[in-house]
Design a protein around this ligand. Structure first.
Ligand SMILES: Cc1cc2nc3c(=O)[nH]c(=O)nc-3n(C[C@H](O)[C@H](O)[C@H](O)COP(=O)(O)OP(=O)(O)OC[C@H]3O[C@@H](n4cnc5c(N)ncnc54)[C@H](O)[C@@H]3O)c2cc1C
Length: 495
């Protein structure tokens, strides 16, 4: 078995590893970096355009980021922090475009973000949500309307064939559709031109162990030749998507104890009929059905994937025991460990309703799926739509002192105390906040180097708002947003 040594080993070639590698190599071009991917392609799991919704999550249209309290109030803090995190991504992507590393339209397109509701109670909720959000500079351009003609102009497919009952929508013109697969592949092509960076496709990580010197010995198997080798790395990032939890468990670090995973699958309805596609230019998010998890909020989206336009509706969430789309049905069973039994058991008991809902979704008939679509697009015809499988999400289960265990819908970075290994768990808001998440990994795991003037100033070149708050500094926000909208060509209505 051969051996090699690197500074950084990234497991998985999805958007997270690609972003971390791109940032680290800008910070220190001398770092030796290995990326190991079990599939024969880059971005073959969640990051591929067909496997996710491609929404640049900014809190503009996702009503689940501003749930209403029992007293009727609508807090906006979560929407503010997600919006600010997305602005961080936009800044880094604008930097990459300015450096000619990526081309704007190849991975990101302006696509207005709308929230659409009907029924008096929902209309009142949306109006109040708008009133709260629009007062903050991050959301100052959000429009609101109950006027049928305006709504028809914003989203003709959705309004044609609908009666005039109370309905309302909000709209932000510079919402985005992001092809995270194209972004990842663009980053990897750029990284492959660097002499210190190596990519091994069809190579799976099976084991990892830290030696006495703190170096990680990572067993990597060539899935074609079936030969194994050990890569020694000072720092390991488990950017393996649904595969991150099993690897984190194998690392044996104390911080991994108690974590478990709850897999959720998904389906889209896809339309490729050009006559229909040209009548819709938006991402229109509605309200989740009662009992539905936050990731199954229905939305009708304009998508551009690998340069090709399409309309996607969904996702219809479902239940499976796989942690990766190309994973094994044994993934869930194998993830049960002595140290997470309690959290898994308590979280499962508390979420029986969710499991029942997801299993029910799996057995939905094609007619009932079309009926859900027709709530948004009343004139939709079955023959224009086909089903496609979305990517796999693994929601986080973790210890909870009060409840024994809890299920979470966010993203979390788990790091060892010595900063030698980090794992990214969970899937929401996901790829949109990849730059913020990877900046956090750098701060936690390269804590000495990030204090140096050299790294700090390079971070500010890549992300000008680094270390400052876009939520509290309207002048900085204005400066940053003007640049990102221009560079990424997102201001379609004013350009
Ligand atoms: C249905 C759905 C809709 C979504 N919608 C959105 C959205 O609208 N907006 C948004 O921002 N995010 C969205 N997300 C989330 C987003 O897709 C993910 O957060 C993001 O792609 C995760 O990137 P990643 O690099 O961590 O993982 P992935 O892209 O899954 O990459 C992980 C890679 O690791 C590899 N791997 C796994 N195990 C091993 C191993 N042992 N050895 C080597 N390689 C391994 C896998 O093959 C894979 O290629 C959605 C996700 C899903 C499933």
């Amino acid at each position: 078995m051969s051996e090699k040594q690197v500074d950084v080993l990234l497991v998985g070639a999805g958007v997270m590893s690609a972003t971390l590698a791109a940032m680290l190599t800008e910070l220190d071009p001398n770092l030796s970096i290995s990326i190991v991917e079990r599939l024969p392609t880059v971005a073959g799991e969640s990051s591929d355009g067909w496997n996710n919704a491609g929404t640049g999550h900014a809190g503009y249209c996702e009503l689940n980021y501003t749930p209403q309290n029992k007293d009727g109030s609508i807090p906006i803090d979560r929407a503010l922090s997600i919006n600010a995190a997305f602005e961080t991504s936009l800044q880094f992507w604008a930097y990459l475009v300015e450096q000619n590393i990526l081309k704007a339209k190849s991975f990101i397109n302006a696509t207005p973000h709308l929230s659409f509701v009907w029924g008096q109670e929902n209309v009142e909720f949306l109006k109040k949500r708008h009133t709260n959000l629009v007062q903050h500079p991050l959301f100052q351009d959000m429009e609101y309307s109950e006027n049928f003609e305006t709504l028809k102009q914003w989203m003709p497919l959705i309004m044609n064939g609908r009666d005039h009952h109370p309905a309302a929508a909000t709209r932000v013109p510079y919402g985005t559709d992001v092809d995270f697969g194209a972004l990842t592949r663009g980053l990897i092509i750029h990284l492959q031109s660097k002499k210190n960076i190596e990519l091994a496709l069809s190579h799976g990580v099976s084991k990892l162990k830290q030696d006495k010197r703190g170096i990680w010995n990572v067993k990597v198997r060539d899935l074609d030749s079936k030969k194994s080798k050990t890569i020694k790395a000072k720092f390991v990032f488990l950017g393996a998507g649904g595969g991150a939890l099993p690897l984190l468990q194998k690392s044996g670090i104390p911080e991994s104890k108690g974590y478990g995973g709850f897999p959720v699958s998904g389906l889209w309805l896809v339309c490729k009929n050009p006559e229909i596609i040209k009548q819709h230019n938006a991402k229109v998010y509605g309200k989740a059905a009662i009992g539905a998890p936050p990731m199954s909020v229905p939305h009708l989206d304009t998508r551009i994937i690998d340069g090709e336009p399409a309309l996607l509706f969904g996702p219809y969430a479902g239940f499976t025991t796989k942690f990766l789309k190309k994973g094994s049905f044994l993934d869930l069973v194998k993830s049960f460990k002595m140290n997470n039994l309690k959290s898994m058991a308590f979280a499962s008991l508390r979420n029986m309703g969710l499991t029942r809902y997801l299993i029910g979704e799996v057995f939905q008939s094609p007619e009932s799926r079309i009926k859900s679509l027709q709530q948004y697009f009343p004139n939709a015809k079955t023959e224009d739509w086909h089903l496609a499988q979305a990517g796999q999400r693994v929601q986080i289960i973790k210890k909870c002192h009060k409840k024994g265990g809890k299920l979470e819908f966010g993203t979390e970075i788990v790091t060892a105390k010595d900063g030698s290994i980090a794992a990214l768990l969970g899937a929401s808001p996901g790829a949109s906040t990849s730059v913020q998440a990877m900046t956090d990994v750098i701060s936690l795991c390269f804590s000495d180097r990030i204090q140096t003037l050299e790294w700090k100033s390079k971070m500010r070149t890549m992300v000008p708002s680094y270390g400052k708050s876009l939520i509290d500094d309207p002048e900085l926000l204005k400066e940053v947003r003007t640049r990102t909208l221009r560079t990424l060509q997102l201001n379609q209505e004013t350009s």
